[in-house]
Design a protein around this ligand. Structure first.
Ligand code: HEM
Length: 429
């Protein structure tokens, strides 16, 4: 099922409609691509649903961090973290964004005329941004090691997530000692980052998430977070916030190279609105077409292509019963490409995000960041980051996808590009 989950979503929903039971013996799995139903699950009846049981396979990586936690613990953590991700608060990250964009794009000037792997470059860039945002400069020392251990453990968790009969965790670790080593390595790296920060005399002068998490207090109880809670939230933000944005950016650059008329018009916008080489936050917030192009790219290629929920009691929806303990797979890919809500769905058209078009569309037909109380915490940051990076690239460079390269999308815990994205780099000026 993992190999063709996107094709399956398309086929089942076009043949049987917006709610389909997937025929896997011994399971009760439903696939949802109907915007009303998705609204019902994520908003109207969200109290009757919890995160699907399969998610437990990510516990070694994410612990009780926001993505996995439920109930009172989730509520408390979300309350503590919400303020750091508000539209105003993320202005504080602009220095990290700026420095990382500069670090990755400046060397491009020496690569003009050659081919670069845009997916690898975007991963490098978003990795830097997340490391700087989490730990300021300290994270970069650990960069490569953190990245390797994280990838290894994440791959291990994904296999278990999609496995029909996963072994108990302790046994799986014995068979895959490298995964256990990666787990221990991540624990000790984060522990030492947290401890060294606790020992700093003037840690409050840092504008990174680690400091914010350490200073956060629950507004009702006044309680600070424990080291383990901080570690779980750091891993969660790392997991949720880096490859998602890099895929969104890579697909935007790919789609622009396939749609030169849009690329030309976005380049003009960058020329008009970006005064230096890298847009400021204010300039980025003034973008129109560039932001819409990023939004359209994550419509066509939603980095979080599927999310899941599990009814905690029998839930009635129209003529259907969603039984307690079943799994509802919400196909973000499916609803964002459904002809019920989009005309000519496969066509790249950023104008779909004009005020007029949005007014006439079902609000839950476009949910790249999920919806309801568990909507993506990093949504504002991701939109700002995506538009700012696109603006910087469009201002100085032009990228053309190699003709004989066939793009291969892979479905892991998020959408990824399996075979890289070779593009020819040219200077615009
Ligand atoms: C284009 C980039 C991104 C996409 C498409 C995306 C998508 C999503 C989606 C669909 C969810 C909801 C999951 C669910 O309901 O089960 C989610 C949750 C989350 N995202 Fe993002 N995300 C992106 C970037 C980020 C960034 C940059 C961060 C942080 C720096 C972040 C942090 C989180 C967290 C912490 C949650 C869990 C929220 C909760 O359950 O309360 N995401 N994201």
């Amino acid at each position: 099922m993992q190999r063709d989950i996107l094709g399956l979503a398309d086929r089942l929903s076009s043949r049987y409609g917006g709610l389909v039971r997937i025929p896997v013996p011994g399971t009760k799995i439903f696939l949802a691509t109907d915007a009303d139903l998705i609204h019902f699950v994520l908003v109207e009846s969200e109290r009757s649903f919890t995160k699907g049981p399969q998610n437990k396979h990510f516990v070694p990586l994410l612990g009780r961090g926001l993505v996995l936690s439920t109930g009172a613990h989730w509520k408390q953590q979300r309350r503590m973290m919400n303020p750091f991700f508000s539209s105003a608060a993320i202005n504080g990250f602009s220095g990290h964004l700026f420095a990382s964009i500069d670090d990755v794009l400046t060397p491009w000037k020496n690569l003009i005329g050659s081919e670069i792997d845009v997916y690898a470059e975007m991963r490098k860039l978003t990795l830097q941004i997340i490391l700087r945002s989490l730990f300021s400069g300290q994270g970069l020392e650990y960069g490569e090691r953190l990245f390797q251990s994280f990838n290894l453990l994440s791959e291990f968790c994904i296999r278990r997530f999609f496995s029909v009969m996963p072994l108990p965790l302790s046994l799986a670790y014995i068979l895959r000692p490298a995964a256990k080593r990666a787990y221990n390595d991540l624990q000790s790296m984060l522990e030492s980052l947290i401890e060294s920060r606790r020992n700093e005399n003037n840690s409050s002068s840092r504008t990174d998430l680690l400091s914010m998490l350490m200073e956060a207090r629950d507004e009702e109880t006044g309680r600070p977070m424990s080291n383990q809670e901080i570690r779980d939230e750091l891993m969660t933000i790392f997991f949720a916030g880096f490859d998602t944005t890099s895929v969104g950016l890579s697909m935007s650059l790919y789609l622009l190279s396939q749609n030169p008329e849009w690329r030309d018009s976005l380049e003009s916008e960058a020329d008009q609105k970006v005064s230096g080489l890298i847009p400021t936050v204010e300039e980025t917030r003034g973008f129109d077409k560039i932001t819409k192009a990023f939004m359209e790219s994550i419509r066509l290629y939603p980095p979080a292509y599927m999310i899941n929920r599990c009814p905690i009691e029998d839930v009635q929806y129209a003529d259907y019963t969603l039984p307690a303990g079943s799994v509802v797979l919400i196909s973000i890919w499916g609803v964002q490409r459904s002809p019920h809500y989009w005309s000519d769905p496969p066509r790249f058209n950023p104008d779909r995000f004009s005020e007029e078009s949005e007014r006439h569309r079902h609000r839950f037909a476009y949910i790249p960041f999920g919806g309801g109380p568990r909507v993506c915490l990093g949504k504002n940051l991701a939109l700002l980051e995506g538009s700012m990076i696109l603006g910087a690239i469009l201002k100085s460079f032009r990228l053309t996808h190699r003709r004989d390269h066939v793009l291969h999308i892979k479905t892991g815990s998020t959408l990824t590009v399996a075979n890289g994205m070779p593009m020819r780099l040219e200077a615009r000026h």
